[in-house]
Unconditional design. Structure first.
Lengths: 210, 131
């Protein structure tokens, strides 16, 4: 240890060796457990991605991706989800410094962008179904609705979770348990964005460019 | 001291400079992440729509861009770093990536093989896949 550093500048817990620090803090353990859940969720999405990739050609004479997908909608959806991921990150910074108005503000932006994403996706589904491109039409469409619909369902659940968390902040304040739940929410929201990156690449860009 | 930041044996003490460096990420980190993600997304959309690039190479390029963007999200948004607190997270992620790779690549490989070896006409195959 450097003896020249004044003792009062050092944080006591930072000087404990990693092997003698004892169990990790609850925040780290909770985030790790939730990370395991997210990875299992990503593995489930991998199965849906594999099904989509395998069944992409199985259009059974029905419409293919190039006729159905609109890249402008996909681009707006991507922008919505990406910016909402960013504002979710800013929200977690506001939570860390316990600024309540900033937390509400960034949560509201995250929520509105998530709703916009979901509305665009549902409108896209509705127009596809109106054209007769229902999940029953072909294996390709079954796989498409399973994959994209499952992601949309996750976004919907995330929006409900965000509302519940804001109610908890309003009524319970920034207590430790609420902060850990908010940490899990932000991990969930960022993970959804990661899945969407794979999704717009595989479904919307690769499906249309060929 | 900075070179040895992430290079510590079990039992090594955390230096004061390191404790300072391990501060939680700020707005700058998220903003850099957003900018990188926007650049990569815009590049993906450009690659998919341009006629300047060699057609068969486009899906591979898109895959590379997508994986790069996932990496950006992991580092800048989810803060999966090389720090001592996220060692377990990195190991779990490595296992998750292995399973994802096996599921996707394995399915594509097996199904391509099956399609190639099937003595069915493509039309009949299409019918079979539909059910």
């Amino acid at each position: 240890m450097n003896a020249a550093v004044p003792v009062d500048e050092l944080q006591p817990e930072a000087l404990i060796p990693a092997s003698e620090a004892g169990p990790a803090s609850k925040r780290i353990v909770v985030a790790y457990g939730f990370w395991i859940f997210l990875l299992s969720d990503i593995v489930m999405f991998a199965a849906l991605f594999a099904a989509y990739a395998v069944l992409k050609g199985g259009t059974a004479g029905g419409p293919a991706g190039a006729q159905l997908f609109n890249q402008v909608t996909a681009a707006i959806e991507t922008a919505c989800l990406l910016v909402s991921s960013y504002t979710c990150g800013l929200m977690s910074l506001a939570i860390r410094s316990q600024r309540r108005p900033a937390t509400y503000f960034f949560a509201a932006i995250t929520f509105v962008l998530g709703v916009a994403f979901l509305a665009l996706e549902l409108r896209e589904f509705a127009s596809m179904i109106a054209e007769g491109a229902t999940p029953r039409r072909s294996a390709f469409l079954s796989a498409f609705f399973a994959l994209v619909g499952c992601h949309g369902l996750h976004v919907g659940v995330g929006l409900v979770w965000l509302v519940v968390m804001m109610a908890q902040v309003a009524f319970m304040g920034f207590r430790a348990s609420v902060q850990r739940r908010l940490l899990c929410f932000s991990l969930f929201w960022h993970a959804l964005d990661i899945i969407w990156v794979g999704l717009f690449t595989v479904v919307y860009l690769m499906g249309v460019s060929q | 001291m900075n070179e040895s930041e992430h290079d510590r044996a079990p039992g090594d003490a955390v230096s004061a400079a390191e404790a300072h460096a391990a501060q939680p990420p700020g707005v700058v980190v998220y903003t850099i992440g957003l900018l990188l993600a926007v650049i990569l997304t815009a590049t993906s959309f450009w690659v998919a729509n341009t006629s300047l690039l060699w057609g068969p190479g486009v899906p591979l390029g898109l895959a590379v861009l997508a994986i790069a963007q996932m990496g950006v999200h992991l580092v800048f948004f989810l803060h999966i770093t090389t720090g001592p607190d996220s060692t377990n997270n990195v190991l779990a992620l490595a296992f998750g990536v292995l399973i994802v790779f096996l599921v996707i690549a394995g399915s594509l490989w097996i199904m391509a093989n099956l399609n190639a070896n099937m003595t069915m006409s493509p039309g009949l195959m299409d019918l079979r896949m539909q059910r």
